[in-house]
Design a protein around this ligand. Structure first.
Ligand code: PMV
Length: 395
């Protein structure tokens, strides 16, 4: 049974039309992530062509608050969206589409009027994937709304699974199983907003996409990568901003171009091989192997962009300069540092916390000159999302 079927079956008797009126507020903070093995290429609906694995960031987060009211008389979702306190009609339209797409799994949305406030801790267009943190935070809020609604809803007829969840929620129990259910569903919902967002609901490292070698992996949701060897337990990510500004090519357009890319099949197989190798390196704490995969994946992602039709080039001369300086520095010092790229010109330096003092000095002395206005963002691997609860009122 697919997870989609499982969710639909669990909610078959969700009491639409019989809940409410009720209202409440939920809030979550969710980090962005940077992929080591990249997701590039998908098929409907948001199913990745290969599995991907990422590091969840710490400081680069989206904070989202949803004020909701459920009115049994409503027939469709109402939404007002504010980004950094201002109405944001473009985001609003995108989010409304996502809400429509996930209503099958969160049926109360049809009767919901939502006011969503969101803000990012990092500057817009800094090359940090804001869709991952934004869709992650939204999905977590929606799943928490579901919990609150189940708690407040009056007596009703439910199927067995819903009854079970309701009982657990009403008992106030937060067993490991409930947590697993909650985050799995949030990851599934986040995926429908933005594929890479499915990985952001877990801390440290997360894997999305089916891999024979990874028990419990799925194309429908991400899973946490456990255990991570202590050598890789503290990872820095400094994002060198070569070019700020909006993405030149949207990721949906990029994914679509993979359909006719002559190297696509080889690439999808390569991602599987890289993931197997990475699994070993994560288990044994092998930084050298980890960096090899990190860099080859970054360059393959960009190679795929260059070889599509039409092809496009997102790296800038400064990106290439930084890459060669990083490789020279590593060869000269033996420090554990490598680079990766997202779909843009900015370079993510990934390095061991233990070597951070020297590498930070190297960034200041040699790399900063290649950043736009000398700008970079210091981040690290983090513990994942957190409930902001009543603090969310401040957003
Ligand atoms: O989640 P999307 O559709 O924005 O795609 C993200 C793709 C990359 O960021 C380039 C790679 C990844 O796996 O995060």
């Amino acid at each position: 049974m697919s997870y989609h079927d499982e969710l639909v079956a669990a909610l078959k008797d969700f009491p639409s039309g019989r809940i409410g009126p009720l209202s409440g507020t939920v809030g979550w903070t969710c980090p962005s992530n940077i992929a080591i093995v990249k997701y590039w290429g998908k098929r409907p609906v948001q199913i990745p062509m290969n599995p991907s694995l990422s590091i969840t960031l710490d400081k680069a987060v989206t904070e989202t608050r949803v004020d909701y009211s459920i009115d049994p008389g409503r027939k469709e979702t109402g939404l007002s969206f504010f980004f950094e306190k201002k109405p944001a009609p473009d985001f609003e339209a995108r989010i409304l589409k996502v809400l429509t797409a996930v209503t099958a799994y969160l049926p109360f949305l049809k009767q919901a009027e939502l006011t969503v406030h969101s803000r990012n801790s990092f500057p817009h267009s800094s090359g940090i994937a804001s869709s991952a943190s934004a869709m992650g935070a939204l999905a977590l809020c929606l799943c928490e709304m579901e919990e609150q609604i189940l708690k407040q809803a009056p007596e009703r007829k439910t199927n067995q699974e819903t009854k079970k969840i309701l009982k657990q929620v009403q008992d106030g129990r937060s067993s490991l199983k409930d947590e697993e259910w909650f985050f799995r569903k949030a990851s599934f919902i986040a995926r429908l907003g933005s594929g890479s967002a499915s990985r952001s609901v877990y801390g440290n490292m997360a894997l999305w996409g089916e891999s024979k070698e990874w028990a419990g992996s799925s194309n429908e949701y991400a899973i946490p990568v456990i255990p991570v060897h202590r050598n890789l337990g503290a990872i820095r990510d400094t994002i060198l901003i070569v070019e700020s500004g909006a993405k030149k090519v949207s990721s949906s357009a990029g994914h679509a171009l993979m359909q006719n890319n002559p190297f696509a099949e080889v690439r999808f197989r390569q991602a599987g091989t890289n993931l197997s190798l990475l699994k070993e390196y994560i288990a044994s704490g092998d930084w050298k192997g980890f960096i090899e995969i990190l860099e080859t994946e970054a360059l393959t992602l960009h190679a795929m962009m260059m070889t599509g039709r039409p092809g496009y080039l997102l790296m800038q001369p400064e990106s290439l300069k930084i890459i060669s300086l990083v490789r020279e520095y590593r060869n000269g010092t033996g420090h554990r540092v490598g680079f990766t790229l997202d779909a843009g010109a900015n370079v993510h330096l990934i390095y061991a916390e233990e070597d951070a003092k020297e590498i930070d000095a190297f960034i200041g002395s040699d790399l900063r000159a290649y950043c736009e206005n000398g700008y970079f963002i210091s981040d690290r691997m983090g513990n994942g999302p957190s409930r902001t609860g009543t603090d969310a009122r401040k957003i």
